[in-house]
Design a protein around this ligand. Structure first.
Ligand code: ADP
Length: 496
């Protein structure tokens, strides 16, 4: 094990101080001890990038106490003061977007240009909630008593926790920290073990922007269950916001029940991508390539089951095979790379399991279907037809670059097929029939519907799922509500 920074990455950074080899608690950077740290590697090459502290329950408690001490002064600041810090933070992220993209691409594997887009997108949440924080309006409600008024105010939830995944390591941090801070909350984060360096680089910029000590803390660990247990059972933590798998979301929900802790959960998806006969096939192909091969298919909004109406099945399938076969796979820093490696061996093993199961049950591989010749964690962009209804991808997300196609006869048929899952995050629909747009959108059991586009995520819209895809919404004017409590004040005795 080496404790040095990967020289190749370090030398690419305009500001190497953004590559933090330390956790961040109460405004202090805490380096890893000489041995036994969390080793962060590049999934493309296997090279060690950094070694971080392997923290546990005790350090999580320290971070929670720091967040508690910081809460009073932070919530007492005016909304405009908090807003100015968030805006400065967003500006610094944009100014340093190239460096953060390099750090993110190195630890996550995605092409550096795609990482840069995500970094800029991540800043948009800070801008958005800098404004929303100034619009936390209350109400005055007529009372049934002439000498009373009912007043409703909104207050920060308090000390909160955030647990984030490795697939969008910049945006998943800001989507939580921006509404938390705008609302007046403080937060303890546990970023994903694979991608803490992006979170820590963002933290370094937050510190420069003026985020006070203790308001945001970053705990790094080799033991996520221990940190998660403390964040859900410590009485000081009033809310947890988690993005990750449904399996872990259920564990956290069970743990949080002892505390009646507020929860926001952004969990797994199993998104249907539906192409009707009247669709613009070229646009549908662009959409499915974006919703399937972006980030190597490792996004919760990834198109997991592609449903194509019988009349356009051949044209759509042939075009998708051509596009998938042309996707340039490579290291995130190689010019022209469109798709990087998967995050780790476990990710590749899951994709292999899914493809083997489809083939076993009668599906046909039309292109790809194997590990890529680059080896290690690279997998070929894959298109499969005749997706069997009893195969694994029908019921769980593949989280890899495998587009699995099934056909359908008509509208009622595809609604039944699409809803045949315990998940309900997003559905994609391609059609030009306006009546159908409404009928299908209203019948789909998902939190989001994308019509004639392969993308849904932005800071303006409420992102979130129903069924086992989660609780709560992130982004939009609704996103700040998850970080606020309502308080009703019954003001009586007004008559003389
Ligand atoms: P994935 O399989 O995509 O990595 P996970 O749900 O396992 O999804 O991981 C998402 C986040 O949840 C990561 O930060 C991970 O460390 C964290 N995590 C995993 N298991 C637990 C747990 N038992 N308690 C708290 N956090 C956990």
């Amino acid at each position: 094990m080496t404790t040095g920074i990967d020289i190749a990455i370090d030398s690419r950074l305009a500001d190497p101080t953004l590559m933090k080899q330390a956790a961040y608690i109460d405004g202090e950077w805490i380096p890893a001890p000489a041995r036994d740290g969390l080793v962060v590697t590049n999934p493309s090459t296997g090279a060690t990038l950094a070694v971080l502290p392997a923290m546990g329950t005790a350090e999580t408690k320290d971070a929670i106490e720091a967040a508690e001490r910081a809460l009073g002064p932070w919530r007492s600041r005016s909304a405009i003061e908090r807003s100015r810090i968030l805006r400065r933070w967003a500006d610094l992220i944009r100014e340093n977007a190239d460096d953060i993209a390099i750090i993110e691409s190195a630890e996550q594997g995605k092409p550096v240009g795609e990482a840069r887009d995500e970094v800029v997108y991540s800043a948009s949440f800070l801008d958005w909630f800098a404004e929303e924080g100034r619009r936390v309006y209350g109400d005055v409600i007529p009372s049934n008593s002439a000498d009373a008024r009912i007043i409703v105010i909104k207050q920060p939830v308090g000390v909160t926790g955030g647990i984030t995944p490795w697939n969008l390591p910049a945006a998943m941090i800001t989507r939580k920290v921006a509404p938390a801070l705008a609302a007046g909350c403080t937060i303890v984060f546990k970023p994903a073990e694979q991608t803490p360096l992006t979170a820590l680089a963002l933290m370094a910029l937050g510190e420069r922007a003026g985020v006070p000590a203790g308001v945001v803390n970053m705990v790094t660990t080799l033991d996520p269950p221990a940190v998660g247990l403390e964040l859900t059972t410590n009485q000081t933590v009033r809310k947890l916001s988690f993005t990750g798998s449904t399996e872990v979301g259920k564990i956290l929900m069970r743990q949080a029940s002892g505390n009646i802790q507020k929860l926001s959960l952004e969990l797994g998806g199993n998104s249907p991508f539906i192409v009707f006969d009247d669709a613009d096939i070229d646009k549908a192909i662009d959409g499915v390539v974006s919703a399937k091969f972006r980030n190597g298919g490792q996004i919760c909004t990834g198109a997991n089951r592609v449903f194509v109406q019988e009349g356009v099945k051949d044209a759509f399938t042939e075009a998708l095979v051509r596009r998938a076969a042309a996707v340039k796979v490579g290291d995130g820093f190689t010019a022209g790379t469109e798709m990087g490696p998967l995050i780790d061996e476990a990710g590749v093993a899951k994709v292999e399991r899914h493809v083997a199961d489809i083939v076993d049950k009668g599906g046909r591989v039309l292109t790809g279907g194997h590990r890529h010749e680059l080896g290690r964690t690279f997998y070929e962009p894959t298109v499969i037809s005749d997706l069997p209804r009893d195969s694994l991808p029908w019921y769980e997300e593949t989280f890899g670059p495998v587009a699995s196609i099934a056909t359908f006869a008509d509208e009622d048929d595809v609604i039944d097929l699409a809803n045949d899952t315990e998940y309900g995050l997003v559905a994609y629909v391609y059609t030009h029939d306006v009546g159908r747009v409404f009928r299908v959108s209203e019948a789909l059991e998902t939190g989001m519907v994308a019509i004639n586009t392969g993308r849904v995520s932005n800071e303006m819209a409420p992102f979130g799922g129903i069924k086992q895809s989660g609780l709560g919404r992130e982004g939009s004017k609704y996103g700040i509500d998850d970080w606020l409590e309502l308080k009703y004040i019954n003001l009586a005795g007004l008559s003389r």
